[in-house]
Design a protein around this ligand. Sequence first.
Ligand code: SF4
Length: 211
Amino acid sequence: MRKKLELMYRRLYAAFGPQHWWPGETPFEVAVGAILTQNTNWSNVEKAIANLKNAGVLDPSALHGMSHEALAALIRPAGYFNTKAKRLKNFIAFLINEYRGRMSGMKKEDLPALRKKLLSVNGIGPETADSIILYAVEKPVFVIDAYTKRVLSRHTILEHEGSYDTYQTFFHSTLKSDVGLFNEYHALFVRLAKTHCRTKPFCSGCPLEGM
Ligand code: SF4
């Protein structure tokens, strides 16, 4: 199975090239983006992040000091803005309490301990926690999403109903643990799902056709 997963990766990379994930100027911006992107597309997140930058508040202490209402208004373009404002506030309180507001402190944490702590933050689920760990903190964890499940299940590698942990364990036990590989592979799955492996798949000409 390792060879198959590696071949899939090579084909996707050859077809699409590097995806340069995750867009963001700082680890904190990446973490904020990972929370805002829940249930919306990236262009909406970009507008919300631009609002935070233009208001000069895209840092932990400034956001921590803002009212819920002010924060919700700035991130309105990302949708579900009241819920997301609460989640952002929860994450920032966690960052300040656990790591004195520093993403570099988070990076020093042992990966399993960090993941466990992130998952204890209200509103941070496995996909968001792992996106923060991989793309903001640069530790090797494979991010699973609906697109990953769609592609693997259509190729009868795992059942679509498999749990998040089942999918993640499969990647972790099959591929070498490598931040760069996990970063690029997940991004390539997203690209694949947007171009070919859509709700109705366009297999003709797909890089994974015939696999
Ligand atoms: S579009 Fe078809 S060939 Fe491509 S990944 Fe999806 S199911 Fe596989």
